[in-house]
Design a protein around this ligand. Structure first.
Ligand code: PMV
Length: 330
């Protein structure tokens, strides 16, 4: 016996106000509120089918069999779906997932990946959950994934079980220009890096104490479309998060020479009259926030930098959704 397969797609979201650190590691609850923009690019598409013929969950990512820790994280989500379906539901699943961008390279692949998986797996298991419940399922695997269930601007509050929508994707015509600074996988995963920061950084408590105020200011800036205020909050959130990591021993350092070069370029462009602001996650790439009317000029400036490999322009995108067998939204 097999269940009807379900296919879901989800986009990455980039935190304008960062989540870093957990208030409850076992339940994966965030210690600070975060605010993100879901993108129209950086997409994961995932197909899930439960099958009585299987004696273990099979997971493929971009055509390669997934094993070890990554496999265990997928199985943990599938186990939660099976438990929700009821004690009699023990079928194992075949999971096939594709990213249209590099995995685990600091481009928020876990966000789009677990959002798509939570939606596809719960649907394939015959559950009909609310978007909040699916966001909660995704959050237990990767807190940032909770936000990718929602399009446009979304937030995940401190200690919260699921994300919620702050404003839809057509609220504000912004662009995030993703300046890819290196190819390849990042050295340290965010889960481990944030645990070390919480345990060892003398700046962690200052980060947690200041984050709510920054979040409130940024949320108002989004609602009122105040670009410079949002940009200033975003840069401060990024640098406070990274400063907390730099204060561990040894320091957790995701920046490279190119990361800093792009940061300086963004500041210089701003000084020359092109409004743009940077944000950096647990990887070396720099994401640059711009208003639609300036995006192309800024993209050209970033792409012209020798060290930058390529620039991926992204607009606000939709939340996770189910696709038909032909790949069109249901
Ligand atoms: O949810 P995780 O474990 O992928 O952590 C995400 C951490 C950051 O990307 C750095 C910040 C964020 O809020 O997305």
């Amino acid at each position: 016996m097999t269940t009807k397969p379900a296919i879901a797609s989800a986009h990455s979201n980039i935190a304008l106000i960062k989540y870093w650190g957990k208030s409850d590691s076992a339940r994966n609850l965030p210690a600070v509120p975060s605010l993100s923009l879901t993108l129209d690019g950086l997409t994961t598409t995932t197909r899930v089918q439960f099958d009585a013929e299987l004696d273990a969950d099979q997971v493929e990512l971009d055509g390669a069999v997934v094993t070890g820790r990554e496999h265990a994280r997928v199985v943990a989500l599938l186990d939660r779906v099976r438990a929700l379906q009821g004690p009699g539901f023990e079928l194992r699943a075949r999971v096939e997932s594709r990213n249209d961008f590099p995995t685990a390279a600091g481009l928020a692949s876990s966000a789009s990946g677990f959002a798509a998986l939570a939606l596809a797996a719960s649907t394939a298991a015959g559950l009909s959950l609310s978007v909040e419940a699916i966001s909660g399922l995704a959050r237990q695997s990767s807190a940032s994934a909770a936000r990718s269930l929602f399009g446009g601007f979304a937030s995940l509050l401190a200690g919260s079980e699921h994300a919620h929508s702050v404003a839809p994707l057509d609220h504000w015509d912004l662009r995030l220009l993703v300046a890819v600074t290196e190819e390849g996988r990042k050295p340290l995963g965010s889960t481990e890096a944030m645990e070390v920061t919480k345990r060892d950084s003398p700046y962690y408590s200052a980060w947690v104490a200041h984050a709510p105020e920054l979040y409130r200011e940024a949320e108002t800036a989004v609602r009122e479309r105040q670009f410079d205020t949002l940009g200033a909050c975003m840069e401060q959130s990024t640098l406070m998060m990274h400063a907390s990591m730099w204060a561990t021993r040894p320091a957790i350092l995701f920046f490279t020479d190119t990361t800093l070069a792009v940061v300086h370029r963004v500041r210089a462009l701003r000084a020359s009259g092109l409004p743009c602001y940077f944000t950096i996650d647990a990887g070396p790439h720099v994401k640059v926030l711009a208003q639609a009317e300036h995006a192309e000029a800024i993209q050209q400036e970033l792409a012209a930098m020798n060290q930058v490999k390529r620039v991926i322009p992204c607009a606000p995108g939709p939340g996770a959704r189910l696709l038909s067998d032909e790949g069109t939204p249901c």
